[in-house]
Ligand binder design. Sequence first.
Ligand SMILES: [Zn+2]
Length: 136
Amino acid sequence: MKNFICTTCGTQYPLSKHPPSKCTICNEERQYVNPNGQCWTTLNEMIESKKFHNEILFEENGLYSITTKPEFGIGQTAYFVQQNGFGLIWDCVAYLDEQTLTSLAKLGKCNGSLPPSLLFNAGRMGGKVKHPDLYS
Ligand SMILES: [Zn+2]
């Protein structure tokens, strides 16, 4: 069972034995299907490829951007907002590795590391997806 990720838009799907037949997001009229055909990966494949990392940049007091390098999906940028010891991730990136989670936990003053699926409402960290059509 794997959580497949669409390589075109970066959307991650629920656990399944086989990749979905199509990506719901890419088949929506505002997006596009990869002209080379539907392609899938998983977070583990991305981590094991050692091709990706997340760049966490200080934007302004209490605000950091999180961007996957090299660009993946539609080049999403997530934001980590800090205030009064509370950390909130606004929007999302498909690639979340242990190094990113550790860095965010330190910024959010959380203890330990958090698996990606627990970033939402875990401890004193919270998450919010900005667009309803992006839910990876
Ligand atoms: Zn897609």
